[in-house]
Ligand binder design. Sequence first.
Ligand code: ADP
Ligand code: MG
Length: 309
Amino acid sequence: MELDELPGVGETTAEKLRNAGFKTIESLAVANAGELKEISGMGESAALKVINAARNSMKMGFVTGIEVLEKRKTMRKITTGSGKLDELLGGGIETQAISEFFGEFGSGKTQIGHQLAVNIQLDEERGGLSKSAIYIDTENTFRPERIIQMAEGAGLDPDRVLENIIVARAYNSDHQMLMAEKAEEIIKEKNVGLIVVDSLTSQFRSDYTGRGMLADRQQKLNRHMHGLQKLSDIYNLAVIVTNQVMMRPDFFFGDPTAPIGGHIVGHSSTFRIYLRKSKGGKRVGRLIDSPNLPEGEAIFSIVKEGIRD
Ligand code: ADP
Ligand code: MG
């Protein structure tokens, strides 16, 4: 079904919506009126009407627990390369969810992003989905050389693996958000099973400095996260975001990260995994909160071949 087949949506409105990035009925059905109003320039009540029409056409609204269960059954898991880390995550990184890896500089966030962009390409028996990845690189730390090492480590053809990672370099926070919106076209064209946003927060931190801009920053980030969540839901894909935080020196229990530019992601990620360096070059991952898994820790290593136990 096309946008202009919705009741109350003529060709002009459909065009306006498409230009604003709402290209499918699904994307409208999960939009909120305020967002639609702001992005498309249509009035609030018109926006609400369009959203409701999209929802009705998809029979969206309340569903039974059984229907939720049916949707959950289509959820897939992708291996991290470490059995221990997979176990902590209940079998791997989930589709239909955002997993946030946060930690200090050098804790392994980017390595995990690279590894998952390779592992998504493995077949299902080996913990992948035989799909491709989108990598939104905001810190210029995407390294094809590292992908080649990891592909070789996984016994995959490095050229093919690189071919199936679509990289977008984002130069500021607006550009980053635009890239995430553009991703939808690529998702449909290529068989995408994973979006990596590395780093989620760095551009937002530099674009919105100072206390007075915190609210703006949070609002923009929420919208960005919401957009990513929608993509993961609609296309049954996994989203990984990274977030650099500083260790609080007085920390013993609970969330170990400082609010110094730290808590800007809040609770919009489905899974939050805190990474830290440990003895002998090992890394520790700690699951901070999850809707259905116990908290816990896993020790893993970063070696030439990639992430391993
Ligand atoms: P960040 O959390 O800042 O993104 P990274 O994911 O970039 O951190 O981790 C960098 C660390 O990964 C390096 O300090 C090193 O320990 C490890 N690493 C990077 N490349 C390799 C490699 N080829 N072989 C082994 N370890 C590596
Ligand atoms: Mg990094």
